[in-house]
Design a binder for this molecule. Structure first.
Ligand code: HEM
Length: 524
């Protein structure tokens, strides 16, 4: 009897210790740690909207979005007018907070402090001297997007990031990319054949965003891990489903235990993540064991080749790391490129004179050739200006996110270690003090004299691919895909804005036309 009593007391006291420890962890994470960070930022002179713990400013953000969409719905006319002045539509809360707190302030996603930056000089002062490996990535996004990116290049930090970047960079060399041009031509032609069939069947209105997203998904899956493989197709389908599932769960990013707020979607994303991992593992295993010859010049093939050459020199990636990189290429690479192309088609539909100019340039540089030689693409200068102007007005990556891993001094303030940074690319791209009064007009010629910065008054004011050592690794792949797909489209079709188009750019990780992008397409 005494034995059972002792056992009972032991179980009881262990449970009490466990519960107390759990409560301490919860209150530390939800209140003590954020309150300390809040005081530290305040002491250093950073102001911003007042947070309500543990939600931070999330409810203010939701309210601003709801008010924005109510005013759009009550004024349906605004959907019919196409204005490029989009900052206050896509980021209504930042536009509002900028009015009271300026271009640098602190706001809170749940219990995570974010330093908002839309001032390129502040960014320059803050980032000069910080090496690529010294930047972190916000922990909240790492957790939330784990099924998408795993520990791939977008999310790695420190020495691990150096290692991955070092191993992956050669795969994106111009010589390797050239070998992928034919894969891009093949997928783009398939899409254009579909368009021709639709038009012949009396349906000239085409939702080009949907079409291009699916083509770009196919291209990135081919160029990353070879969709030709049957498993490749399954991976592509599941990756797409996961993206949709995940973005339903992202509504309470930063709030502790947010996975329990939307448990169904969180579990579904995890389940899909596991399935994708297994499919990619089998693709990699088949190539490693020779079941499928590793002679495909896709990114995975190049990394495996590098692995067998450099394995002993410690320059290889493990199978697990290869899986994460394949997923990363897909998620970082397909929607961004597709949206750059989709917004381009909208802007060209609004500016037929630029369609003509680009067609003339294509005739001169590429001629009437059916096969596109990648070496010619650099000659498409005007197309390069158009791309930069589209990335300025409708940047598919609307922000750059980093985390400060050590205290950083800027002017007389200290940004404490652990602070997340949210660099508002859309705001800087639409700032008249950086671009002039014509900031919201489509003027590709601004990149004629200054091909890198388009005359922006500050070198850190135009960051379509990020900055410093962590700049986008896929930018040359994107530029090649953009030029190939646009060349093929412009060589076959002209297009105009459909009367059914509703202009409603919004953010779903990327900046996208939330009601699709129907254009009226005509064969030339
Ligand atoms: C229009 C197309 C694209 C845009 C606008 C874009 C934009 C960006 C931006 C803003 C960053 C963050 C950079 C920073 O933190 O400073 C980034 C990083 C990255 N991008 Fe892209 N990207 C595009 C296409 C691609 C493609 C096609 C791929 C791969 C196939 C890719 C792979 C990556 C990777 C792996 C990183 C992380 C790099 C690192 O942290 O070292 N991106 N991209």
């Amino acid at each position: 009897m005494e034995y059972f009593l002792q056992l009972y007391n032991l179980v009881l006291s262990t449970s009490v210790v466990f519960v107390l420890f759990f409560l301490w962890r919860v209150s530390f994470r939800c209140w003590i740690s954020p309150a300390r960070a809040y005081q530290k930022l305040k002491r250093n002179g950073f102001k911003g909207p007042s947070p309500v713990f543990p939600l931070g400013n999330i409810m203010d953000m939701k309210k601003a979005i709801e008010e924005g969409s109510r005013s759009v719905n009550s004024n349906d006319e605004s959907l019919n007018t196409i204005t490029h002045d989009i900052h206050s539509t896509v980021f209504p809360y930042y536009a509002r907070w900028q009015k009271s707190h300026g271009k640098v302030f602190v706001y809170w996603l749940g219990t995570e402090p974010f330093l908002y930056i839309a001032d390129p000089e502040f960014l320059k002062q803050m980032s000069s001297g910080v090496m690529g490996k010294s930047w972190g990535k916000p922990r909240v996004f790492k957790n939330d997007r784990e099924p998408m990116f795993g520990n791939g290049l977008v999310m790695t930090e420190g020495d691990q990031w150096v290692h991955h970047r070092h191993v992956i960079t050669p795969a994106f060399s111009p010589a390797n990319l050239k070998g992928m041009a034919s894969l891009m031509v093949e997928s783009a032609n398939k899409m254009l054949e579909r368009w021709t069939a639709l038009i012949s069947s009396g349906k000239p209105e085409i939702d080009v965003e949907r079409e291009i997203i699916s083509t770009a998904g196919e291209i990135i899956a081919k160029t990353s891990f070879g969709i030709i493989h049957e498993d490749g197709k399954k991976v592509l389908e599941k990756l797409r489903t996961m993206q949709v599932t995940l973005f339903k769960t992202n509504r309470f990013v930063g709030v502790p235990f947010n996975q329990f707020i939307v448990p169904k979607q969180s579990l579904e994303a995890k389940r899909l993540g596991k399935k994708i991992d297994n499919l990619l593992l089998s693709i990699i295993d088949d190539r490693k064991t020779g079941v499928v010859a590793n002679n495909q010049k896709d990114l995975l093939g190049l990394l495996l080749e590098g692995n067998s050459e450099n394995g002993k020199a410690g320059k290889s990636l493990t199978t697990r790391e290869l899986v994460d990189e394949c997923k990363t290429f897909f998620f970082a690479g397909h929607e961004t490129t597709a949206l750059a192309l989709s917004w381009t088609l909208l802007l060209l539909a609004m500016h037929p004179e630029w369609q003509d100019q680009l067609r003339d340039e294509i005739k001169q540089v590429v001629g009437d050739k059916k096969e596109i030689d990648a070496t010619m693409l650099a000659g498409l200068k005007k197309m390069g200006w158009v791309m930069s102007e589209v990335l300025r007005l409708y940047s598919p990556a609307p922000n750059v996110q980093r985390q400060v891993l050590e205290d950083i001094k800027v002017y007389d303030m200290v940004i404490p270690k652990g602070t997340n940074m949210w660099i508002d690319v859309v705001s800087m791209n639409h700032d008249p003090s950086l671009w002039g009064d014509d900031v919201n007009q489509f003027k590709p010629e601004r990149f004629k004299e200054d091909s890198l910065y388009g005359g922006c008054k500050h070198k850190m004011g135009f960051l379509p691919f990020g900055f410093g050592g962590r700049m986008c690794i896929g930018r040359n792949l994107t530029m090649m895909e953009y030029r190939i797909v646009l060349t093929l489209i412009l060589s076959m079709f002209s297009f105009a804005v459909s009367p059914n188009y509703r202009h409603s750019p919004s953010i779903l990780l990327s900046l996208r036309p939330s009601q699709g992008l129907p254009l009226i397409v005509k064969p030339l």
